[in-house]
Design a protein around this ligand. Structure first.
Ligand code: C2E
Ligand code: CA
Ligand code: CA
Length: 581
């Protein structure tokens, strides 16, 4: 099977490489046409030369024999064409005919004494020399091309196929729909070997690893058809075909892993090395070369990280999510560390468009300067327990800003802060509140803590105490995203909130169905019965505003009257509102 394996891969690679080189491959039909005309010219020369007849062209008598030179030159040109376009085949055909002609010409000169053939001898010799020169030159070019072709698909250090060979092969399998497993392989701790023992030892290790793996791929003991190549550094790839079950793939990979059990001796070192393997399957996991190897790589990294030292893993979708989460988490931690989390302020108005205050919303930028949505980073910060750092940062910065703005303008505005329940329940949360109020100079009545309804319900008992204490400090409480958490009436009745924030999803539906409108109206009435104000979030359209006025909503927060704004723009909103007053 190993031999079979090598053959099929070689064939595919050669085929693709041939396509890459501009090789003058003339069609065979042309060869036969050339040979036919060549022989026809060659044999007709002597007849034409001996001809006694003549032709009359425009009244001038021309002897047919004079055309012999033309035909002989034509034959020589055809011989050259054959050598140029049909390589060995063309060269030997032309050479045989030219050489065979020589005795016949010499016989004519020495036996029959037809001295008119003497120029023919020279023509013939010149043609022979010309085609030999052309053929020798072609051989040189071809040799060079073969070398180039080999280099293009071979990894210079280890002598096994390289990344290019691998992707060509894989693309071909994909084109044919041949199922295969793309395995990404990485040596464990290779960097350490390079750093401590030097590049020469590192190279020797790579060569030995490649040679052991190549043996497995070539001898076919794995029972599957494997192709091994080196992608870069200590990254290798194996393409496995002809398996029946996942077990077959695992068995094959284990064979490659076990090949490293024996220590590698390089210079004076005896080195233990192992590898991590991750794989993705075509066509089940992905249908594109890059995607397949990216997935295989993700699985390989998982295998490398895995606590239980699993050296091989298959790609699965949740690895992508985890990867994204881990990546984002790292970015959030960086942003917290470098203090680059900032805030926007979204204005809230009463129904007469009078400014109530602002909600501070966390903002974060990616390394490339693009904006990462809070909808993305807040849940991850929440899950990984770093949300309190974001809350505090936004809280501190926005309180300082609004505190100064109130001092400067005398405006009576609210600052609403989003606080995660996890954060709120921390032992030192009340101290944090006290110190921020002191530092910023904001009066407690101008500060509002927004708590998301759904989260609060989950941990109601404990949250309740906390909220009571906050309320006692004179700070306002808003229930965020109201309507999404199925609050019970009884809890709302005893809950010390002063503001209900109706979630955008209800505002969106409000004008398309009567029941949704009734629902929003019911929340507003309910709030009012309990002595709680109601604000509608995500108001974007004029007709939503009209309905909200009609059903007695107290405040609005939405793009219609104000998007989340940077500090300077929020300042202008405050100044404008004071001018109008
Ligand atoms: P949220 O507290 O419900 O904040 C309102 C969200 O609705 C904001 O999204 C705001 O930009 C958006 N919004 C307001 N009006 C409109 C509108 O008319 N149309 C549309 N399409 N959207 C509108 P943002 O800033 O993306 O925040 C998303 C969520 O992230 C917030 O929802 C909040 O739950 C959370 N969040 C933001 N900042 C913080 C923070 O500092 N701490 C915590 N714990 N959560 C935060
Ligand atoms: Ca909010
Ligand atoms: Ca909300």
């Amino acid at each position: 099977m190993g031999k079979d394996n090598r053959h099929s891969e070689k064939r595919i690679l050669e085929k693709t490489l041939d396509e890459l080189y501009i090789k003058s491959r003339a069609p065979m039909k042309g060869f036969f046409v050339l040979v036919f005309f060549y022989l026809a010219c060659t044999f007709s020369v002597s007849f034409v030369a001996k001809s006694q007849s003549s032709v009359n062209i425009k009244g001038i008598e021309i002897g047919v024999y004079t055309f012999a030179g033309v035909i002989s030159s034509l034959a020589n040109i055809l011989a050259i064409f054959m050598t140029v376009y049909y390589g060995k085949k063309g060269f030997f055909t032309a050479l045989s005919v030219l050489v065979l002609q020589l005795p016949m010409i010499f016989m004519g000169i020495f036996v029959r004494r037809t001295y008119t053939s003497i120029p023919g001898v020279f023509g013939n010799l010149v043609a022979i020399l010309a085609i030999i020169a052309i053929f020798a030159n072609n051989l040189r070019i071809e040799k060079y091309q073969t070398k180039l072709r080999e280099q293009a698909v071979t990894d210079m250090l280890t002598g096994i196929p390289n990344r290019f060979a691998c992707s060509e092969l894989v693309m071909d399998f994909i084109k044919r729909g041949t199922p295969f497993a793309a395995v990404s392989v990485n040596l464990n701790g290779f960097k350490g070997i390079n750093d401590t023992m030097g590049f020469d030892v590192g190279n020797a290790v790579l060569m030995e690893v490649a040679s052991r793996w190549k043996k497995i791929a070539d001898n076919g003991n794995s029972g599957t058809l494997d192709f091994i190549c080196r992608l870069a550094g200590d990254e290798f790839a194996i393409v496995i075909r002809h398996y029946l079950t996942q077990d077959d793939i695992l068995k094959t990979i284990n064979l490659y892993a076990d090949a490293l059990n024996e220590k590698i001796v390089a210079q004076d070192y005896s080195i233990s090395i192992s590898a991590s393997f991750g794989y993705a399957m075509f066509p089940d996991d992905a249908k594109d070369v890059n995607e397949l190897f990216t997935y295989a790589n993700i699985a390989m990294l998982k295998a490398k990280e895995s606590a239980d030292q699993k050296h091989v893993m298959r790609f699965s979708r949740d690895m992508m999510d985890n990867l994204h989460t881990a990546e984002l988490e790292a970015k959030i931690r960086d942003a917290i560390e470098n203090d680059t989390i900032y805030f926007n302020l979204q204005p809230q108005f009463d129904m007469n468009h009078k400014l109530r205050g602002f909600e501070a919303l966390a903002r974060m930028k990616d390394t490339d300067g693009s904006f990462i949505s809070p909808g993305e980073f807040i849940p991850i910060a929440e899950e990984t327990g770093i949300i309190d750092k974001i809350d505090s940062s936004v809280f501190n910065k926005s309180a300082r800003f609004i505190g100064n703005l109130i001092k400067e303008t005398g405006a009576d505005i609210m600052l609403s802060i989003n606080v995660s329940v996890k954060h709120m329940m921390k032992a030192d949360f009340l101290d944090e509140l006290t110190s921020i109020l002191e530092e910023s100079g904001i009066r407690p009545v101008n500060l509002e803590i927004e708590i998301t309804e759904s989260i609060m319900i989950e941990s109601m008992e404990k949250a309740f105490e906390c909220i009571e204490s906050i309320k006692k400090m004179g700070i306002q409480i808003a229930i965020d995203d109201f309507g999404t958490g199925y609050s019970s009436l009884s809890y709302l009745n005893s809950f010390p909130a002063n503001l209900l924030k109706i979630d955008k999803s209800f505002i969106d539906k409000m004008n398309s169905s009567d029941s949704s409108k009734q629902y929003v109206a019911a929340i507003i009435s309910l709030g009012h019965i309990m002595g709680i104000d109601v604000i509608s979030e995500g108001v974007e359209q004029e007709d939503q505003l009209d309905t909200l006025k009609e059903i007695g909503c107290d405040y609005v927060q939405g793009f219609i009257w104000g998007r989340p704004l940077p500090q300077e723009d929020a300042r202008k909103v405050v100044l404008d509102s004071l001018e109008m007053a």
